[in-house]
Design a protein around this ligand. Structure first.
Ligand code: NAD
Length: 364
């Protein structure tokens, strides 16, 4: 072999060794096979339809404990029997060449154990918010993915939404001067009298408003200030104890940042709330909604309008999964890596600690 060819071959071999698992050199147009874990509301209504719109990945497998759902999913999406797993056989996905990525969309207490199964099977992990039940679980997930040389991305879809990305840039540009305070409110009127025993009402499975919607406030306060909180105080309130005997119906929390910047946050299963407002020295700007499926809209004190840009659902989830697939294919970090989920879990831990300790100020 001529010397130049030898050098080229060696360079390619070196590059291939540095590539993440799932990447076949020379196949950058390949679509990654995604297996969804948990065929519930979010998977069925948003993720699976979004995968039909993606360019860099495709729905290739399922992991489910509900066999009765399989025929309908197969009829809709043409998934082969060989790519469908029960939770007991989940680990066998390691031998399935059609699956590159496992997307975890189950109740929150299952995120960590299922992420570990997927990572140990050598599959990249995309995991829904909240990343886990607490920071220790989040750290274990990051470790498992690092040890297995697979990527971990968290399903914070807002960080793929154009107006949200604009706000993230404004945190650095500061068009209205120094940020003084922020307000983030995320909630939905989730249950009425006679609600059933869904996992969102069960503390052991990660139920409650803080885990479900509070993380949107935490994440937004962080990405729209570009800062990390230094302390937290929190209060929970349950007006309808008959529906929420064990989890928070509403949680209010204050995040303290450096330079006396504060974020006042509220999350609830009892009210529809969807606003992110930033007050600055010389004006304000806000997104309302700031976590809508159809994209966010907003305005600023100087008359600027932030019009919806992404198109109808499920474009946001398609954009998220394409971005995360490209990160794998190109061997670079995803936009929302596990570490980003972990920073939020540390704040969530502090919120719960403050509530347990009589609304004490909890340093981070
Ligand atoms: P869901 O209740 O509709 O679906 C959960 C699925 O998990 C069901 O198919 C259920 O059968 C299955 N499951 C497996 N083991 C279970 C167990 N032990 N207990 C209960 N169910 C079990 O919930 P969902 O709304 O689809 O939420 C799933 C995940 O997605 C959660 O982590 C949630 O926070 C997240 N989510 C994210 C968004 C977003 O916009 N990013 C939106 C909705 C939900």
């Amino acid at each position: 072999m001529p010397r130049r060819r030898v050098l080229q071959t060696l360079a390619l071999a070196g590059a291939a060794a540095a590539l993440p698992r799932g990447f076949a050199a020379g196949s950058s147009t390949r679509r990654l096979g995604v297996a969804i874990v948990g065929l519930g509301g979010y998977s069925g209504e948003l993720l699976a339809p979004a995968l039909q719109l993606t360019r860099h990945c495709r729905l290739a497998g399922l992991v489910t404990g509900s066999p009765h759902k399989i025929p309908d999913w197969q009829a809709r999406y043409g998934i082969a029997d060989a790519n469908i797993y029960s939770y007991d056989e989940f680990h066998r996905i390691a031998d399935d060449p059609d699956i590159d990525v496992v997307y975890i969309a189950t109740p929150n207490h299952l995120h960590k154990p299922q992420a570990l199964i997927a990572a140990n099977a050598g599959k990249h992990v995309w995991c829904e918010k909240p990343m886990a039940m607490d920071a220790a679980e989040g750290e274990a997930m990051i470790r498992a993915c690092r040890d297995n040389r697979v990527q971990l991305a968290i399903g914070y879809r807002m960080q793929h939404e154009p107006n949200t990305r604009r706000f993230m840039a404004m945190a650095q540009e500061r068009p209205f001067g120094r940020i003084v305070q922020l307000r983030a409110e995320a909630g939905w009127l989730g249950w009425r009298q006679g609600a059933d025993d869904a996992w969102r009402l069960d503390p052991a499975r990660g139920g409650g408003a803080m885990y479900d919607m509070g993380v949107y406030c935490v994440n937004a306060a962080r990405y729209s200030s570009g800062l990390e909180p230094v302390a937290v105080r929190a209060w929970d309130e349950t007006a309808r104890r008959e529906i929420f005997p064990a989890v928070d119906e509403t949680t209010r929390f204050t995040l303290e940042f450096a330079d006396e910047i504060v974020a006042e946050c509220v999350t609830s299963f009892g009210r529809n709330l969807n606003t992110l407002h930033i007050d600055c020295e010389r004006g304000w700007y806000e997104l309302s909604p700031f976590q809508a499926y159809d994209g966010n809209v907003g305005r600023a004190s100087d008359g600027t309008r932030f019009a919806a840009q992404l198109g109808e659902r499920p474009r946001m989830q398609a954009e998220q999964m394409d971005q995360d697939a490209l990160a794998i294919l190109e061997g670079r970090a995803p936009r929302v890596p596990g570490e980003e989920g972990l920073r939020d879990m540390r704040v969530v831990d502090a919120v719960f600690a403050s509530v347990r300790n009589g609304n004490a100020r909890v340093p981070l």
